[in-house]
Design a protein. Structure first.
Length: 385
């Protein structure tokens, strides 16, 4: 398949998948919600209603141009610019799928030709598979995430086969890393594409409506990743160097840095986990808010419905559950976002001790141990806290 034909089909997939994500999680991108927005900069003027609807509609219209226009560059530039405004307005929107699609649209807008765009997009997919596999090489994925993921399948198997299934957790990260490597090697490329498609079919089966039925926004993402692997790599005769070595500074080089290099910094806390392939890896921070009865009673219904009592009798508001319940996406697992959410709840407290933010740090790869930090409203309010 010629480069132009590959790109025409691939941009249709990217535009359609991003539009599906926006429509499946509309509250994430609108101002009329309870879950707090977390702008990139202090003092950033949040998009008010109905301007939020206008911007979201403009993004969808621009995506139509990306998908169908003969010359999509300016449509891609428009969609990228508007998406960056949405991203600056709220860091919770930096979901892995949104980040990937916006980066690919930016590459389409900035690349010099179809070959340069395809090289950038191939670098994006290889990086995603590689780091997604590496992120899952940890004890928490083995003991918690993988057993939960395969629960619908394990539940119908005999006990002996269940144990064998759970013991095979390593297949998932190894498969993703193997796909990344195989996509680089011409002789292994088609086999890697088949492996990628099989992986996404299994994930869709387990997370889709017939099994867990959760996080629907990533269903089109998995379908788009499978289609992208086919369109960008199947029967591709390009050498690995054409993916790993950019011809010039530009979109391809930026894609290699953003998806191939800087995700390594996530392991030292210098790059965000969700920008590094860590979704459903277990290798992310989680947070809850401990609130008094008085604060729980003052919470809006969209938050209060996610308050439960723990074994000690304390009220616990799970930030992940609140985000999933209202925004239809997981909470963004970084301290600065957790603190912003906690500050919003602290406004309902009469005493600083009425609310506590409890953050469980990223788990140790071998032990699964998490460091726990606890801050009350007075601590959270301090600059740099």
């Amino acid at each position: 398949m010629a480069d132009i034909a590959r790109l025409r089909c691939a941009r249709l997939v990217v535009a359609t998948a991003l539009a599906a994500g926006l429509l499946l999680a509309p509250r994430l991108f609108l101002a009329t919600r309870v879950y707090p927005r977390v702008p990139v900069l202090d003092g950033w003027p949040p998009l008010p209603a109905p301007l939020d609807v206008v911007v979201l509609g403009a993004v969808l219209a621009a995506l139509g141009g990306v998908a169908l226009a003969r010359r999509p560059r300016w449509w891609a530039a428009t969609a990228t610019g508007l998406a960056l405004v949405l991203a600056a307005d709220d860091q919770s929107r930096w979901q892995p799928w949104f980040y990937q699609y916006v980066a690919m649209l930016a590459a389409l807008a900035l690349a010099r030709d179809a070959g340069d765009t395809l090289a950038a997009w191939r670098a994006v997919l290889v990086g995603l598979y590689l780091w997604s596999g590496i992120q899952k090489l940890n004890a928490t994925f083995m003991t918690h995430l993988f057993p939960w993921l395969v629960e619908p399948l394990a539940g119908v198997l005999p006990a002996g086969l269940q144990r064998g299934l759970l013991a095979g957790w390593m297949v998932v990260p190894v498969m993703e890393i193997a796909v990344a490597i195989g996509l680089l090697v011409p002789r292994l490329r088609n086999a890697a594409v088949a492996g990628a498609v099989a992986t996404h079919v299994v994930v869709l089966g387990l997370l889709g409506p017939l099994a867990h039925g959760t996080n629907a926004v990533i269903w089109p993402w998995n379908a788009a990743m499978a289609a992208g692997a086919v369109l960008l790599f199947w029967n591709g005769g390009h050498a690995a160097s054409q993916i790993l070595v950019p011809r010039r500074l530009g979109a391809h080089a930026a894609a290699l840095v953003l998806f191939g290099v800087v995700p390594a910094l996530s392991f030292s806390g210098h790059w965000d986990a969700y920008l590094s392939g860590a979704l459903y890896s277990g290798n992310v921070k989680v947070a809850v808010l401990s609130v008094t009865d008085a604060v729980a009673a003052r919470l809006p219904d969209l938050a209060r419905r996610h308050v439960t009592r723990n074994r000690m009798g304390a009220n616990v508001l799970d930030v992940w559950e609140w985000s999933m319940g209202e925004l239809a996406v997981p909470s963004y697992p970084e301290d600065r976002v957790f603190r912003a959410v906690a500050r919003a709840v602290c406004r309902l407290a009469a005493d600083p001790a009425d609310v506590a933010l409890v953050v469980f740090g990223r788990p140790g790869a071998l032990t699964g141990h998490r460091e726990i930090t606890r801050r009350d409203c007075a601590t959270i309010a301090r600059p740099g806290a």
